[in-house]
Ligand binder design. Structure first.
Ligand code: ATP
Ligand code: MG
Length: 561
């Protein structure tokens, strides 16, 4: 084995990893395997070669097509000198080739590192140098390609950049057309269990993205459990959504999970409300998986009723998603309009994909993230006493299962310290505050850095932002804690609101907003300070609200005073 393990945080700091019996049985007594062979090629052996694996606009890509193209990718990588455990990045807009690239990297025995197409140069350079990526696949459209092109001078280890849809390229760029000329036969290189298979970088909500290393059996377990228990997939299913397949959640949705279960994916060129209706109908989507933003945008669309009348959505059996709080209001509205619930889930890059979900609870509850997925155990721990919380008490989410936190530990940005904070007695601590009711339903309260501590209460910004965003004047809003100048309450709840067009800031409007909020939340959670802004609120590339940036601005303001 290469020295790959030297980049993984020390073994003493790892969480407990428990591979469920059923996954263990699937693995049998094998000591090594190739994930692409298990997830993709098995479909060929089991007679699904002619079955559609990917729906993309008007294209239909069969399992055999995907098998062949991924073999070509693997042959290409071998020829340019990629070896076992080398890291190969891909930043590709959604298209079937991106999925083939992922499987090709795996088949070559290399480690895929998806790079978010929405990242800017800063994040691309950081991730490429941090993971010591040797080659990157990129799509040639300006939007995806330009930032990579600009990053090239700052790359330290990247030798080749393979570009689709562009010709006449100079070193280090190579045309993806060369891939098509390779042989469509390849013997996948197996990787030992207990060694890295995939590196996924986090969203970077709290700072620069962190590399999460997932070993062969971790990835296999997540793929197995999410498909079986969260989405309950059969070969007839089509899992669709707008998320980029070359990043975290979309990677699980579009590059991994459905294929293991012989199902198909519908990957979208991008999100629009009409795309949702069109692709559900045309591709026969059965499982829709997305970040909450897509649900909110669909519900807010002025043509919603018209679309509902026009399109046949009868294939759809499950709407699910996570990544950010969805909010009970959105879930209720969806139920009213679509006659079906949204099964909210919680996932994290550190856990590969979803690990808590309403789909595994007896029935979905709006506002809750559900129950732990089979294979995972959850504790809710009081951060002060370290004891388990009583029902409805807010505490730190501890989780344990077949996946867990092992950060990529590059010498220039060692994550040993972060690792130690994130694993307590074998439990993964994702940094989320939650509570669990008497029926076992877990509710997301706040990321720990966003938690507001006011008059002894722990308040999550989401519980105020969700109802606040329902006020007719509010275009978008964020809630943060700011220091109480009188030093009595610890922190005060502050709301920052961007108004919809046609509304002007006024004292009257503030009062109206507070009155509106009083109907939805407890008095002690009401914002003490309301600020109007005309600027869009800061967000990560994936659209997550960056309350950290708002707090930093607030601290600067305080200093200037
Ligand atoms: P970083 O770790 O780089 O700061 P991040 O935590 O946003 O970024 P991800 O791994 O993409 O990176 O996101 C996982 C986190 O997203 C979870 O730990 C949780 O805070 C949040 N999250 C996921 N699902 C939900 C949900 N349904 N409701 C609320 N928050 C969620
Ligand atoms: Mg995180």
């Amino acid at each position: 084995m290469t020295d790959i393990m030297k980049y993984v945080v020390p073994k003493e700091t790892w969480p407990d990893i428990i591979i469920p019996d059923e996954v263990q049985q699937y693995i049998g007594d094998r000591k090594e395997l190739n994930l692409a062979e298990e997830i993709l090629d098995r479909n060929i052996k089991e007679g699904r070669g002619r079955k559609v694996a990917i729906y993309f606009e008007d294209r239909r890509v069969t399992y055999r097509d995907l098998y062949r193209l991924s073999n070509k990718v693997a042959n290409f990588l071998k020829e340019i000198g990629i070896e076992k455990y080398d890291r190969v990045g891909f930043r590709m807009r959604n298209m079937p080739e991106a999925v083939a690239v992922n499987f090709g990297i795996m088949k070559a025995g290399a480690i895929p590192v998806p790079l978010n197409p929405m990242w800017a140069k800063k994040e691309i350079v950081h991730v490429a140098n941090n993971a010591e990526i040797k080659a990157i696949f990129v799509t040639g459209d300006d939007k995806t390609f330009k930032a990579v092109e600009e990053s090239v001078p700052e790359f330290k280890t990247v030798e080749k950049v393979i570009v689709t849809e562009r010709e006449d390229l100079k070193e280090p760029f190579i045309s993806f057309n060369e891939v098509y000329e390779k042989s469509s036969k390849f013997d996948p290189v197996p990787l030992e269990l207990g060694t890295p298979a995939v590196i996924l970088y986090t969203s970077g909500t709290t700072g620069l993205p962190k590399g999460c290393v997932h070993f062969v059996e971790n990835v296999l377990s997540s793929v197995y459990l999410v498909g079986k228990y969260v989405w309950k997939l059969t070969e007839d299913d089509v899992v669709g959504g707008p998320a980029p397949v070359s990043f975290a959640m979309g990677y699980g949705n579009g590059c991994l999970i459905p294929y293991f279960h012989g199902a198909a994916t519908s990957i979208w060129p991008g999100f629009s409300v009409e795309n949702f209706f069109r692709f559900v109908e045309e591709h026969g989507i059965t499982v829709f998986s997305s970040l909450p933003t897509a649900y909110r945008m669909i519900l807010a669309n002025p043509n919603l009723d018209e679309y509902l009348k026009k399109y046949d959505l009868s294939s759809l059996r499950l709407c699910t998603g996570g990544g950010e709080a969805l909010g009970a209001e959105t879930a209720k509205k969806w139920q009213e309009k679509f006659g079906m619930p949204i099964y909210e889930s919680l996932g994290a890059t550190e856990m590969v994909h979803i690990c808590i979900s309403n789909t595994v609870a007896p029935k979905p509850v709006a506002g809750s993230i559900g129950w732990p997925v089979p294979g995972y155990t959850v504790r809710i721990v009081d951060p002060e006493t370290g004891k388990d919380c009583q029902p409805d008490e807010v505490g730190n989410l501890y989780i344990k299962g077949p996946t867990g936190i092992r950060y990529w530990n590059h010498p220039t940005r060692p994550l040993d310290e972060k690792q130690k904070e994130s694993v307590k007695n074998g439990w993964n601590v994702l940094g989320d505050f939650v509570r669990r009711d008497e029926n076992g339903y877990i509710y997301f309260v706040s990321r720990d850095d966003d938690l507001i501590k006011s008059s002894g209460y722990r308040i999550g910004p989401d519980e105020i932002e969700q109802p606040l965003s329902q006020h007719p004047a509010v275009a978008e809003c964020a809630v943060i804690g700011v220091p109480d100048p009188e030093g009595i309450r610890g922190q005060l709840v502050k709301a920052i609101i961007r108004l919809k067009e046609g509304y002007e800031p006024s004292e009257e409007l503030k009062q109206d907003i507070l009155k509106f909020l009083e109907q939805h939340i407890a008095k002690y959670k009401l914002p003490r300070i309301i600020e109007f802004t005309t600027e869009p609120l800061p967000r990560t590339a994936t659209g997550k609200l960056l309350r950290r940036v708002l707090r930093e601005r607030e601290a600067q303001k305080q200093q200037q005073k």
